[in-house]
Design a binder for this molecule. Structure first.
Ligand SMILES: *Cc1c(COP(=O)(O)O)cnc(C)c1O
Length: 381
């Protein structure tokens, strides 16, 4: 048995894994059945339908969803290894860790991969993007909706309009933002979207979802997939034809994901997004009360994470350990942001009392208090 120093479950203030609702936990062990039986077929059909509903898809007949056993990266790799005909060009728009990973994965399968690079946290330069699209016809453009590494949202609808104008398909990694921040799949003319079970959907990690236009899934019969396990067309034909997955699915995780999707639909997708947004705003208000600085005050911030500059006199490791000893888990920055920021995420089951306890522990650790000092006050006027 693994016993931690804290002695009970951690409060996960990271953008996945997240604390799940008791109903989701219970669903894991609710039933036992074979995955080649009618019960699983019915369950998979429900999950796929519920996923489209949570995605806010109005024209349900025009879209389809597949469930892949694997983390969010499995969904991304399924798309990037399955949808681009050999040798055709792919443009990966990069402005952080996760859009960079899309480019890395694409380069492994698609020889024609090119990057449109930005600094981490730099807003996408739509002028530069349009220029590239006008120069060359790309088979696929990739981007993240929420760059989890910087906490910023990218403009999917604007990029989608450009992709449409220049006749290319758009793949959006919405692994962390799906169901937390509005993503206009139809209006944005998005071809494929990926997400995972263990972030804002607030179930356990281990399943990826890929949602896409049905017509584009159909066309994949003409493209030879370059990854056996992650062949997107096979997932689609198995799901559509017999409501099955090509290989053994993680049935308990599918049960838990379906319960999480049902809970989101019962609360209301928009209502829940508003709740998650309000919770992020409460976190940001408490940070401001203490004079703590966000990574970027002017950026279009997601509701999923808040990136906070590490104040002078402490380190990420000291913060992480101190918070962990009191039961709180936070993540730090990656790449150029390592040791410069820490992240707070409240997409899981976190109530306002827990947020207040977190800030009390933080205050103890770094000597802040909920009212700014006179010096901080004069610095902000
Ligand atoms: C977390 C994350 C991923 C990777 O997901 P895994 O589940 O760890 O494979 C990909 N993209 C984004 C934007 C993420 O936040």
């Amino acid at each position: 048995m693994i016993l931690d120093s804290y002695g009970k479950s951690f409060c996960l203030l990271c953008p996945g894994p997240v604390n799940v609702r008791p109903e989701v936990a219970a669903a894991l062990t609710e039933y036992e059945f074979g995955h080649r039986e009618d019960e699983f077929c019915a369950l998979l059909a429900e999950v796929r339908e519920n996923a489209l509903a949570v995605a806010g898809i109005r024209d349900r007949a025009a879209y389809s969803a597949v469930v892949i056993t694997g983390s969010g990266t499995a969904g991304n790799e399924a798309v990037l290894s399955s949808v681009v005909p050999a040798g055709e060009p792919v443009l990966c728009v990069v402005n952080g860790e996760f859009s960079g990973r899309l480019a890395e994965i694409s380069a492994m399968y698609n020889t024609g991969t090119t990057l449109l690079e930005h600094a981490w946290g730099e807003p996408l330069d739509l002028g530069r993007l349009e220029k590239r699209l006008a120069e060359q016809r790309f088979s696929l453009v990739t981007m993240t909706h929420h760059e989890t590494s910087t906490g910023m949202l990218n403009p999917v609808v604007e990029v989608g309009a450009l992709c449409k104008r220049y006749g290319t398909r758009l793949f959006v990694d919405a692994v962390s933002s799906f169901s937390a921040d509005p993503l206009e799949i139809e209006r944005g003319e998005v071809t494929f979207v990926s997400t995972s079970s263990g972030k804002a959907l607030a179930s356990y990690p281990g399943l990826a979802l890929v949602i896409g236009r049905r017509a584009e899934f159909e066309k994949l019969s003409q493209v030879s997939g370059r990854n056996y396990y992650l062949d997107l067309h096979r997932y689609y034909t198995f799901a559509e034809g017999r409501s099955q997955t090509p290989t053994t699915p993680a049935v308990p995780l599918v049960l838990a994901l379906n319960r999480a999707l049902e809970l989101i639909l019962a609360e209301g997708v928009d209502e829940r997004m508003a709740r998650i947004r309000a919770s992020a705003q409460q976190v940001r208000a408490r940070l401001r009360q203490r004079g703590l600085k966000l990574l970027d005050e002017t950026a279009v911030l997601s509701s999923v994470v808040t990136c906070v500059r590490i104040p002078a006199g402490t380190t990420f490791e000291a913060l992480r350990r101190g918070l962990r000893a009191q039961g709180f888990v936070i993540y730090g920055g990656k790449g150029p942001l390592s040791d410069r920021i820490f992240q707070i995420s409240t997409i899981g089951e976190v109530d306002i009392e827990t947020v207040d306890r977190f800030f009390a522990v933080l205050d103890d650790l770094i000597g802040t208090s909920p009212r700014p000092t006179r010096r901080q006050r004069s610095a902000t006027v």
